[in-house]
Design a protein. Structure first.
Length: 190
């Protein structure tokens, strides 16, 4: 389950498995049986719409574990999204996953500070450029699109768009319901 929340009260009561109705419990059980081993934090809010929670959680698992990109690269799109939305909980969770996946801490710090990172590989730079353009420019210029297809392939571009879109929904959920960082953690985002 999600880690213990801080002192501030959330806007939404998160249900324990014993408080869930049959649909909610089925979705919850499916999420803990998956690769994550625990429900993703926003799913606990999405359980208010069990069918949406089921599909969103499945999409999240595909985007997190089954894209063509290793974590070191897919986490770039996720961190750019978390930074764009100033999603404190999402940043906290995915910074740890990015480091575990082998992302250079300097890249993470640059994204946090809204600076363009220096990348060792073209794919990392392209994922960053595409993610920034999607959030700030609401799409891609023809030149960026053509280069993205060349560097990432059409499948890769589709998956980066999916990551940015899905983690936008995650960030909006976490921000709207004011998910707090685990006790003792302090946000790095201003």
């Amino acid at each position: 389950m999600i880690e213990e929340q801080g002192e501030t009260e959330m806007r939404l009561k998160l249900l324990s498995p014993g408080e869930m109705n049959e649909d909610q419990k089925r979705t919850y059980d499916e999420s803990i049986a998956g690769k994550r081993g625990a429900p993703p934090a926003p799913m606990m809010a999405w359980l208010n719409s069990p069918e949406m929670a089921r599909h969103a959680t499945r999409l999240g698992a595909v985007l997190r574990f089954d894209t063509m990109f290793p974590a070191k690269l897919s986490e770039i799109a996720i961190l750019v999204t978390a930074r764009h939305w100033t999603s404190h909980y999402e940043w906290y969770a995915h910074k740890r996953l990015a480091l575990k996946g082998g992302m250079d801490p300097d890249v993470i710090d640059a994204i946090r500070d809204r600076r363009t990172p220096r990348f060792d590989e073209p794919k990392g730079r392209m994922i960053y450029d595409v993610s920034k353009s999607l959030h700030e420019g609401h799409g891609l210029s023809k030149a960026l699109y053509d280069e993205a297809v060349k560097v990432l392939t059409e499948r890769g571009l589709v998956e980066i768009i999916g990551l940015c879109g899905y983690y936008t929904m995650v960030s909006m959920t976490l921000n709207t319901f004011e998910f707090e960082l685990p006790t003792g953690e302090v946000s790095e985002l201003a």
